[in-house]
Design a protein. Structure first.
Lengths: 245, 270, 270, 245
């Protein structure tokens, strides 16, 4: 099974019925996860996205390489300006947001800005998008990386673009890599589960810091029924592109 | 209402070297690519370009050497990778790049649209963006005067020119955005000059019959240009999707060091 | 989407005595009069009511003894004269009245809608309104952090309940405002609870066919009520104009000391 | 000739072609003046109003007692939320606004709030509407009163709802009463013209302060052609209602 599908299943399982979730650009897996949740356990979740369709019709949906592709809004019930989603977030009414992370530290803080120094970067990354704005104000922050490695899970970020764990806040931070699932705690990043096909050594040897390990499970992959849903939404496997970079 | 219909060259004449510019759309959607081609051709430069999440528009302007400073929350080609020319120019110190965050760009543009000197914006505090923007004078952490604690104030963003590609417009500059609007209405209202490029020209009765369609009324508009396929290869909702193959061809030519050839071709298209 | 269609009584149950309320419309246009009738009937009271430029909605609520505090930039019946019951209650010290100014109400509601603690607003400084509102804690003169001098900050207005009469809605709470919108979209988004009363119920396909019609999407809505002529005697654009004769009859009965009779009749209508 | 029609003509003459003008509630004369200007010397003026139609069609217009009557927006080119007009004003892009004044002082400051003290008013007036907000930020402030009297033109306002003359600002303040026209200057309210049918004594004897008088003319009434336009827009003479209060 492709790690993308496992990750989609984990992302979907973060969404409870009735919650408001948002995804941004370059987010094929979050888009599919939101539909998967809506079509299974969370029919009343509110789907907000960078293509600005509120609750697009999954029957009319097909995944394309740009998350803002206007076809991603097909069959929506209304136009939901991203600005409006940001306002909802400011009011504490966005339950969850998905963000990538080029670098992730043990507190689940993220860097999406640059490798090296800001003023003279070795690599200028695409940028944080909504990370700095949303990461402190959503209730669930779902971070993902398709590159579980020491370069991703770093001791120290080159730039702090987004904020992960915050003590005392009603905020859950989940980190989903192509190998494992973590949740941010005061002690650090706690391993929740390891994806089928990977060992704990695979996971730990590719991190620059030690996560908290005190019991973990095997990540639940999507069922056959769920795979059918994912495949129907993304018949051309656009979701796997992210892994080829 | 005065007739504001002009051709692309006349619209480009409204821009001066050194201006701060903003463009409609995000990523591969509703970017005013035809205008950008003509802008590159004009030889004007030293632009500051600002947007929430641009893509090929920023990358090709940077590749053409027109840009002094780019300010955005994200610039790239999503699954197709980084913006090659922005990346290179930033890494080689050829342009200044100001990393933004979506909520701040949006509220800065809204402040501009509302005629306010600034707007507060939540979040952000605790990230490395604050120091960067405080130094540049774009943001300042202030105390909520009503006791809610610290909050970021974003200085109004008032571009010299906004170029907005819309689906429909009349010759007086009334314009209709269909589907996703992004911050385009705010951009249109914040800018000192507003250039509308339109996929299709409609008679004013189109708006009179249903005034809700008029998302950008003529009183904001400086000039309107009829440019079918004016967003190509990015999408124009209800008209055409992004041409992913063409975007990939651009990226391939960039990789192969042939960006100047692509630009020549891109200009010739218009 | 969940079914949110209820009757007027169930919608009134969402309001508690002492709540801060705001209503759609201005003057004699799109005021949720049917809801207000049922609210009066419920016996709930001690409301703070807030709006830009209300009319009969405020006057009849005050006449019915439901109001503790009214906050508005203007309350009246335009050419037909002052709001008799508001005037009397204020002059006799029965209610607190807070004189507002349009720009400040609008930006206060926008701050509420945007989830911001406050918004700046231009003008105002130099009038006697400033002292009044600074004392009440609604406004504060602050310095523009970017050097633009003094400006008024307006505290976000977050009503407990907004009641918005719209032309069309579906049973899930998607709603379409046609024609003049006033601040109703901001009110809807600022309030903790949103009650939609709709002239006409439409299937959700009405919105899916043309999502631009959806001016207040379901995710903001607490309850939706089907109330044909629900704004009467005020207007509902595209459905009916104000009934000026009925408004004059109300004012005549107020003048003749028969406002209680009018209220009884008004309640019985629904 | 009814003073309303003279006042409408004076109001209309304040509007230059291409300017952006706004009127609010309870404003039948300003509404008619804006149309009169648009149909004569200012075809490109931008018409914004509380009924929220941008440039309503004068052919479809008929005046009703509420300025917000939705029929007042008939044939408009777009919906112009009043909030948007306020934003334009904040950007310095509203050239002119019409405001009534229950009390007007010699600096053209106005009171629309209360007669007597704010906390225990003798008369609670309808309120200032946009006066406090717009009066300091528009370029032309057109004040009107249908009650030229000592009670209107007062030495001291009971409450300062709106701001008239402001030294050094690019702001013109015109006061139009049912008897005369004034313009605010540093020296005070300067008499510009007296309406036909009134004498200078009529004007001065009904003011609690002395305006600056150093040359004035007779107010130009509407021409027959202009009266036809006004009459067509307001066949039922709604504009005269304001004078019967």
């Amino acid at each position: 099974m492709h790690p993308a599908d496992v990750m989609i299943k984990v992302m979907a399982s973060q969404i409870k019925d009735g919650e408001v979730f948002l995804h941004g650009l370059a987010s094929p897996m979050p888009a599919l996860a939101m539909f998967l949740a809506k079509l299974t356990h969370a029919p009343n979740m509110v789907y907000l996205a960078v293509a600005e369709g509120i609750d697009p019709d999954p029957e009319k949906f097909k995944l394309y390489p740009s998350s803002a592709d206007p076809r991603h809004a097909a069959g929506c019930i209304g136009i939901g300006e991203l600005a409006e989603a940001f306002d909802l977030a400011a009011k504490g009414k966005v339950d969850g947001m998905f963000l990538g992370g080029a670098q992730i530290d043990k507190h689940a803080n993220i860097n999406l800005t640059c490798i090296g120094s800001y003023n003279k970067p070795k690599v200028k990354l695409p940028g944080g998008a909504a990370a700095a704005y949303l990461s402190p104000i959503v209730k669930k922050l779902i971070l993902w990386t398709t590159n579980h490695s020491k370069r991703t899970f770093v001791e120290k970020l080159d730039f702090k673009t987004g904020i992960g764990y915050e003590k005392g806040k009603d905020k859950k931070v989940v980190v989903i890599s192509n190998m494992a699932v973590f949740e941010a705690e005061e002690r650090g990043l706690r391993l929740i589960s390891v994806h089928p096909g990977f060992s704990i050594d695979d996971v730990l040897s590719e991190m620059s810091f030690e996560p908290v390990v005190d019991g973990y499970t095997t990540t639940q992959p999507p069922s056959d029924e769920e795979m059918k849903i994912i495949q129907k939404l993304d018949p051309e496997n656009v979701r796997y592109l992210e892994f080829k970079k | 209402m005065k007739d504001k219909l002009v051709d692309l060259d006349a619209a480009v004449d409204l821009v001066r070297s050194g201006d701060t510019l903003t463009f409609s759309g995000v990523s591969m959607v509703r970017k005013p690519m035809a205008f950008i081609a003509k802008l590159i051709q004009s030889g004007k430069k030293d632009f500051t370009i600002i947007d929430r999440e641009p893509g090929m528009d920023f990358d090709i302007l940077v590749a053409a050497g027109c840009v002094k400073c780019a300010r955005a929350a994200m610039v790239g080609f999503e699954l197709f990778g980084l913006a090659p020319n922005v990346r290179k120019a930033v890494q080689e110190g050829e342009i200044q790049f100001i990393e933004e965050t979506c909520g701040a760009v949006v509220n800065g543009l809204r402040a501009g649209a509302m005629g306010l000197p600034f707007l507060p914006v939540k979040g952000i505090i605790g990230t490395d963006l604050v120091e960067l923007h405080e130094k540049l004078g774009n943001w300042k952490i202030i105390n909520d005067p009503f006791g809610g604690g610290e909050i970021v104030a974003v200085k109004a963003i008032v571009p010299d020119v906004a170029v907005i590609h819309v689906q429909k417009a009349d010759r007086y500059g009334n314009a209709s955005l269909e589907g996703s609007r992004f911050e385009d209405v705010y951009k249109a209202k914040a800018a000192k000059k507003l250039i509308i490029t339109a996929e299709e020209m409609v008679p004013s009765d189109y708006f009179k019959e249903n005034p809700e369609r008029n998302t950008i009324p003529y009183c904001y508009t400086t000039a309107v240009v009829h440019v079918p396929e004016g967003a190509y290869p990015t999408a124009c909702p209800n008209y055409y999707p992004p041409d992913y193959e063409e975007v990939l061809r651009y990226l391939k030519m960039c990789r192969e060091g042939k960006v100047k050839e692509y630009i020549d071709e891109f200009i010739r298209r218009w």
